[in-house]
Structure formats: C-alpha cells, structure tokens
Design a protein around this ligand. Structure first.
Ligand code: ADP
Ligand code: MG
Length: 394
C-alpha cells in the first residue's frame, strides 16, 4: 500500500493495459472539513484494504455495506497520489496515441470534485506553480502531457484546447463569455463521425503555458458567470478538452496522423437529480438541469449490462453527445467517484458508490481514431502482412 492510496491486490495494476478495460473507476474520500470536525460530525467509512470501502449504517442494528474498487484514495491521499495511481497517466498516453479519453468526477456537491480536478478555490487563478501541493489533476496532467510529447521527437504534435460549460442543457463557451447570451449548438459531423460544438473557441497550445492560460481564463469566466446565480456550480457541468493531433515523421510509407483527445469533466452535483424533483420546478426546468446527468447514468447502465446491450442513448443529452466517443468504442474513461466521510452524507455516499460499482462493469475495446484514409491504408497493410505470414507457414 502506498500511504493513503489503497490499490486492491486483485487489480493492483492501475494502468489500463488490458484491451478490455475501457473504464477505470476509482474512489476518493475527502477529509473532514474544519467545520465538520468542530461540530463533531461522525465518520462512517472504513477502509480495510483490498480496494474495499465499508459504509457503516446509521443504526447499530443494520449491517454495513461493503463495496470494492481498483483504487481507493483515502482522506490523506494527495493530489500527486491521484495523478500517480488513478490511471490518468495511461489515459494521457492513450490520447497521445490517438484515443479519445475522458476523466470525470462524479459525486454530490461538496464531495471534492472540483478540488480533485483544479484544487482549492483561487489556486489556479493565483498563478501558483503547476506542481504546487494543492494543484489538481488537470494541471498535473498538462505537465505530464508535455513530458510525453517531448519524449517523441519522431512525431509532430498539434494541441488544441477548449473549455465549455453545460448549464440547463445550454452550452456556454468559457473562453468566450459572450456565448452566455447565445448558447452554442451541438452538431453531428459526417466527416469525423462524431459530435462537435459549433463555433466553439479553440486555442492552439504550443507550450505548457498556453494550456494553463486556457484553464485559468475559463475558470475566471466561470466564476463571473456563476456569481449571478445561486448554486450555479452544483448545477452545471464543465468540460475542458485537449485535442492531440499527432503526425508521424518517420514512417514515410504510411502518412499517418492520429487524433486523440482528453476531456476533463467536472459534473453537476449528483444530488441534483432528486432535488430538482422536489422543489416544484416546472418539468422542463427540472429535466434540463439534470438531463445530462441522468442520461449519463442511463448510458453507463446500458454499457455496463454486458448481456443485453442495446441502444445507448448518447443523443439524449448534450453531455453524453460530447462524451460518446470516449464512452463507446473509441476511447477510455476514468471515473473518479468523490465522497464525503460523514454520517450526514451517508445516503448520497451510498448512491455514488453504487453508481461507481455499476460503471466498473463496462467492457469494450478502445480503438485509435485516424483519418479514414490512413485507417484504410493501415488495415490493408496489416492484411498484407497477415497474408505474407500465412504464406510463410504454407
Ligand atoms: P464539489 O466540487 O464536489 O462540490 P469541492 O471540490 O468544492 O466539492 O470541495 C468542497 C470543499 O472541500 C472545498 O472547500 C474543497 O477545497 C474541500 N476539499 C475537497 N476535497 C478535498 C481534499 N481531498 N483535501 C482537502 N480539501 C478538500
Ligand atoms: Mg465543484
């Protein structure tokens, strides 16, 4: 065991080596807050090792619930631990190779989603060093991404970043605050066979600092937008995407370019699904606020049901349209389920742990995204090689 990171012995390999592992699920428990400590809140979670999380019931008579995962980040785990052991490094490596990858934080409001991705409030905007202790997974990933790129002189890379928010099923460009008045449309591209956001601002990022600037600018704009609306951040999803285009310099026989992507998604609070039903909002409003979150749940349930895998309703929400390629065959997904340790959060914690357990069952084989022509040439080349190999056996 590495300090406060519990990696189950069964799945001690946190990298996604197997072709089967298209989704990696980890759990992070935040520490007690100062306020919770002072008011003497009770902690009801236990971590016996082996990737297990035990939830003690409110009443002494009830049996505790036991869940198990590949990796559990206990309250003392650091931001560095999350970079090292969550499997995010593997996703970044895969994005560089041409896969579509998504890391998302799921959990109730106040469970540590934003902290995990971007650290404590104001840290990114303060211009602190990228590896300062509190810095979150996004900035640490940027550093690792550039490390990977610099290790590959055989390739030329073009990075493009965008940052958007989905609020009430409206897509707002966080790099172009004017879009709050005129939300952007999500469209299907026949050419790339994927969904995209029309007129979304994308920034060419040649250096690490360019990526930081995108993150900072988006977070600043989000804070300004959020000011006007109560509880805005618990109701909206943010998606920061970095597209990684790689052109191989060496292999002249196949002029190969790959199109990878990494999305970092800070989801709306998972309690929203129920809360909106109870506040007497109109049905449409209630639907819109949590639609993306509910549909993500349906998609995960469908994907994880290995036997009767039918129609996956990606098209039913903005968020799932944008994540479809990662969730389906093209990519790899990391789900970080965030939970609070206290008794008062028990029912939300159990909901999150169940959701995470369900997501863990998803199996499919990721594929590299290439230009159609490049993919065809490569598959023909492989066929020829296979035939040659066969001939040798004859
Ligand atoms: P969410 O985004 O899920 O609503 P936050 O990330 O804003 O929750 O976390 C709620 C509070 O708890 C914040 O003040 C945050 O800084 C703090 N917090 C969350 N996770 C941790 C952690 N692992 N270590 C220290 N503080 C944390
Ligand atoms: Mg948050």
């Amino acid at each position: 065991r590495a300090g406060s990171v519990d990696r189950s012995t069964r799945d001690s390999n946190t990298t996604l080596n197997s072709d089967e592992d298209n989704i990696n699920v980890v759990v992070r428990i935040r520490p007690l807050s100062e306020k919770e400590r002072k008011s003497g809140e009770r902690e009801i979670l236990e971590f016996p090792g082996n990737g297990q999380v035990i939830c003690h019931a409110k009443n002494p008579g009830q049996r505790p619930k036991v869940f198990s995962y590949n990796v559990v980040f206990e309250p003392l785990a650091t931001q560095e631990d999350v970079l090292e052991y969550s499997g995010i490094k593997r996703l970044l490596e895969m994005a560089v190779e041409g896969f579509s990858c998504t890391a998302f934080c799921y959990g109730q409001t106040g469970s540590g989603k934003t902290h995990t991705l971007t650290g404590p409030p104001g840290l990114v905007e303060s211009g602190a060093s990228p590896l300062a202790p509190g810095q979150g997974l996004v900035i640490r990933s940027f550093v690792y991404l550039f490390q990977l790129i610099n290790e590959r002189p055989d390739s030329h890379f073009v990075l493009k970043a965008s940052f958007l928010e989905i609020y009430n099923e409206k897509v707002i460009d966080l790099l172009n605050p004017g879009s709050a008045r005129k939300p952007l449309q999500v469209r299907w591209s026949k050419e790339s066979r994927g969904f995209y956001v029309e007129n979304l601002f994308t920034v060419d990022c040649e250096q690490l600092d360019d990526l930081f600037a995108v993150l900072e600018e988006g977070m600043r704009n989000r804070a300004v937008g959020a000011h006007a609306m109560n509880a805005h951040s618990s109701r909206s999803h943010t998606v920061l995407s970095v597209r990684v285009r790689r052109e191989l310099r060496a292999d002249a026989s196949v002029n190969c370019s790959t199109h990878g992507k990494i999305n970092f998604v800070d989801l709306a609070g998972s309690e929203m699904t129920k809360r909106t039903h109870s506040t007497g909002k109109t049905l449409e409003e209630a639907n819109n606020i949590n639609r993306s979150l509910m549909v993500l749940g349906y998609c995960i349930a469908q994907l994880s049901d290995g036997k009767k895998r039918g129609h996956i309703p990606y098209r039913d929400s903005k968020l799932t349209k944008l994540l479809a390629d990662s969730l389906s065959g093209n990519g790899v997904t990391l789900m970080i389920a965030c939970i609070a340790p206290t008794k008062s959060n028990l029912s939300e914690t159990i909901n999150t742990l169940r959701y995470a357990a369900r997501a863990k069952k998803i199996k499919s084989k990721p594929i590299v995204k290439m230009d159609a022509r490049d993919a065809l040439i490569l598959s023909l080349k492989r066929e020829v090689e296979a035939l040659q190999a066969e001939n040798q056996h004859l």
